[in-house]
Design a protein around this ligand. Structure first.
Ligand SMILES: Nc1nc2c(ncn2[C@@H]2O[C@H](COP(=O)(O)OP(=O)(O)OP(=O)(O)O)[C@@H](O)[C@H]2O)c(=O)[nH]1
Ligand SMILES: [Mg+2]
Length: 202
């Protein structure tokens, strides 16, 4: 099944909680997080875009590379750049620090595309998961305006869009521990990721 959607990986953060280390290239279970996400995306998308401000670090990857358009550090800036570069009407956006993103969870978002919605996003008790969500090209203009005004909270943006959520109950059916949303922000998260993997494999 092909969806009218590009896959976007955001890798333009400063990684302040991880001493500036490039989280996309961090190894988890012997494979980089980027490698894990790429394998999954190749099964779902024929247009895969990496948003980075250091393109030279990714020359050997079979990806379309784009850079941020606004000099404002925020995940919204990366979503905007990826969505702008997308060749399909929607872009599914993920962070580059999510080693356990599950295909079934991405598919739950993709299955809800269309129907006049601008955004399809998981919503769990902790709130929305905007870095595991699909955005329509229709969002670009409003996103650009928000970034230019340094209103960078994605949640605030949602008030302006027709948003369809994927419920926690549904997500739990496919990902019982909601590990798709686990992200490596600090060194202790990497330790946790390795532990989780060891537990799953033993
Ligand atoms: N393209 C792009 N991606 C970004 C930007 N800021 C954050 N991201 C990405 O958004 C995702 C989520 O960000 P965080 O988990 O907070 O990562 P981070 O910003 O590198 O880390 P911290 O500085 O510790 O918050 C990661 O994949 C980042 O690479 C940006 O300005 N541009
Ligand atoms: Mg993170």
């Amino acid at each position: 099944m092909t969806y009218p959607c590009s896959g976007v990986i955001l890798a333009g953060g400063l990684s302040t909680r991880f001493s500036g280390r490039n989280k996309a290239l961090i190894q988890v279970g012997g494979r980089s997080v980027l490698d894990r996400i790429c394998s999954l995306f190749q099964e779902l998308f024929d247009d895969i875009i990496l948003v980075t401000n250091e393109p030279l670090r990714y020359l050997e990857w079979d990806l379309t590379i784009t850079t941020d358009m606004f000099p404002v550090r925020s995940s919204l800036t990366g979503i905007h750049a990826g969505l702008f570069a997308a060749t399909r009407p929607y872009a599914f956006c993920t962070a580059c620090d999510t080693p356990f993103l599950k295909k079934e969870v991405v598919e739950m978002v993709l299955e809800r595309l269309g129907g006049g919605h601008d955004v399809i996003v998981p919503e769990i008790s902790a709130g929305f998961e905007p870095l595991c969500a699909a955005y329509s090209k229709r969002c670009l203009e409003v996103m650009a305006r928000h970034i230019a005004q340094e209103q960078l909270q994605i949640k605030r943006l949602f008030r302006k869009f027709r948003v369809r959520t994927v419920s926690e109950q549904r997500l739990l059916e496919k990902d019982p521990d909601l590990l798709s949303f686990f992200n490596i922000n600090a060194p202790e998260d990497l330790v946790k990721a390795e532990r989780l993997l060891a537990g799953a494999l033993s």
